[in-house]
Write a protein that binds this ligand. Structure first.
Ligand code: NAD
Length: 491
């Protein structure tokens, strides 16, 4: 078995197929965004590895799909414990691999990855059957496993977003082929080890490494697959949607966003500024980030002064340091993409009052937190997702105007509101197109709630029963009133 030592952790760098490590003739170089150093030569899967993984998952489904809910819950609890036991290692590898803050991984994302399994184990044990009568006939609705699930995930929160899908898919009784992003392949590999230690049978979870257009494309077009769940960009979603459409496979899409943060004239200004600066988290590489700050005209100057003061205190640097607030971007190609948006925004007439380019002192992949004023309505910087530390600030004078501004993109993932009036908040929330609206808070997520986006931010919702239903085939068994042996208790 090939492995690489990353952040002091021995990490397998081959695929995980049918309960075995499997190599490929070719590899790809996994770089660390922290210093662009080479971390590992990871197996580069293609059609052959994808097909082998789907076969292994298909074989394993014949027994995993028949396990009881209790048996599956037991394994999921053990996986949660396995993650909890390795939080330090997982966090260290994740930070090295994708440049996210070590403290966020330690305190937030890794514990949540474990919680995703615990939640769906609890869910299985609490799940009942919907029952109702129709003219003396008894209906009983049950969730049946649907088969082999392909999960394709992005690099910005690799383990958290993978477990967010793997846990409900396994809970449903499905078997899984996971393809993590090529920019951050390592924690998915550690997850495979953890599931093995937890007693998940061979082939129930498979991990295929490689590029999207090779391994990913082969997986999503395999006709043996019963569900595809994807988190990533709109462009890739179109390709995956076409492949899923060809085989009529149900598809869940969690895509990008261009969320607004609306600050009303009765807002707690300190809270509003804090929430606005928080949008630079993970160097802006967060789908939910409210990158469009919409502030009532009466607060505009005050807000801007306080925002600049607070954002000026942000510490940029090595994500392993406890003092750092902003780490690097994921890759050189992404840094150039982000910089392209910034340069075009300037050409369109917007002007940066903060940042506006790479951090020349740090070099590497560090991009300075940026704020634009004066972006013309309809311009690219106000409508397209940058996925970097780039915000815009605009003013408004009425609720009608701000709803129009908030809804003026093709996205509808999230929105933030800061106001002292809960009724007005609900009224605005009802008018803003968004899967989640946070009022006087941000990034608070309960796994029971529906999560997802409208318009080009996605198709479907994940979380709790929404995820579970997606991975299952629903069956309604209708028992007629007659024809039973006398002693049968048919209720
Ligand atoms: P991406 O679309 O480039 O890649 C995502 C995944 O798709 C990767 O694993 C990649 O290898 C794979 N892929 C690429 N081409 C493929 C193909 N032809 N067939 C199958 N798989 C393919 O996205 P990214 O750059 O990794 O992630 C950033 C995007 O993800 C942003 O738009 C962000 O908003 C979005 N995102 C959304 C959410 C959400 O929950 N809505 C969460 C995180 C990220």
């Amino acid at each position: 078995m090939r492995s690489a030592e990353v952040a002091g952790v021995d990490t397998a760098i081959d695929h995980w197929i049918g309960g075995r490590r499997v190599g490929s003739p070719r590899t790809f170089s996994d770089l660390s965004p922290i210093d662009e150093s080479h971390l590992a030569s990871v197996a580069r899967g293609g059609a052959e590895e994808a097909s082998a993984a789907v076969s292994a998952a298909g074989d394993a489904f014949s027994s995993w799909g028949r396990t009881s809910r209790e048996e599956r819950a037991e394994v999921l609890y053990r996986i949660a414990e396995g993650i909890e036991g390795r939080i330090d290692e997982l966090a260290a590898v994740e930070t090295r691999d994708n440049g996210s803050l070590l403290r966020s991984n330690l305190r937030g994302l890794m514990p949540r990855s474990a919680y995703n399994f615990r939640f769906f184990a609890d869910f299985l044990l609490e799940l009942g059957y919907l029952k109702f009568d129709t003219r003396g006939h008894r209906n009983r609705v049950s969730h049946q496993p649907s088969g082999v699930t392909v999960l394709i995930t992005p690099w910005n929160a690799p383990l958290m977003l993978a477990t967010w899908k793997v846990a409900p898919a396994l809970a449903a009784g499905n078997t899984v082929v996971l393809k993590p992003a090529e920019w951050s392949p390592l924690t998915a590999s550690l997850l495979a080890d953890i599931t093995e230690e937890a007693g998940l049978p061979p082939g129930v979870l498979n991990v295929v490494q490689g590029y999207g257009e090779e391994a990913g494309a082969a997986l999503v077009s395999d006709p043996r697959v019963s569900r595809i769940s994807f988190t990533g960009s709109v462009e890739t979603a179109r390709l995956i949607g076409a492949a899923a459409g060809a085989n009529l496979v149900p598809l869940s899409l969690e895509l990008g966003g261009k969320s607004p943060l609306v600050v009303l004239e009765d807002a707690d200004l300190e809270m509003a500024v804090e929430m606005a600066v928080e949008q630079y988290d993970n160097a802006g590489q967060v789908c939910l980030a409210a990158t469009r700050l919409l502030v009532h005209q009466s607060l505009f100057d005050d807000f801007l002064d306080r925002f600049l003061a607070k954002a000026g205190d942000l510490v940029q640097g090595d994500p392993r340091s406890a003092d750092t607030d902003l780490g690097p971007l994921i890759s050189r190609a992404h840094l150039e993409r982000v910089d392209g948006f910034v340069r075009r925004a300037v050409a369109d007439g917007a002007h940066p009052v903060l940042g506006g380019g790479p951090n020349r002192e740090l070099g590497g992949l560090y991009y300075r937190p940026t704020l634009f004023l004066g972006a013309p309505q309809g311009s690219e910087i106000l409508t397209e997702e940058v996925f970097g530390p780039v915000l815009t600030l605009q003013s408004f004078t009425s609720d009608t105007e701000v709803v129009e501004q908030a809804n003026s993109t093709r996205y509808g993932l999230a929105a933030g509101l800061v106001t002292g009036d809960p009724e007005r908040a609900q009224r605005l929330s009802d008018q803003i197109v968004s899967g989640t609206t946070w009022v006087n808070c941000f990034y608070v997520r309960d796994l029971r709630a529906p999560f997802g986006g409208s318009r080009h931010s996605g198709i479907g919702r994940e979380g709790g029963a929404y995820s579970f239903d997606f991975y299952c085939d629903l069956n309604n068994t209708v028992l007629g009133p007659g024809g039973w042996r006398e002693e049968t208790d048919y209720g």
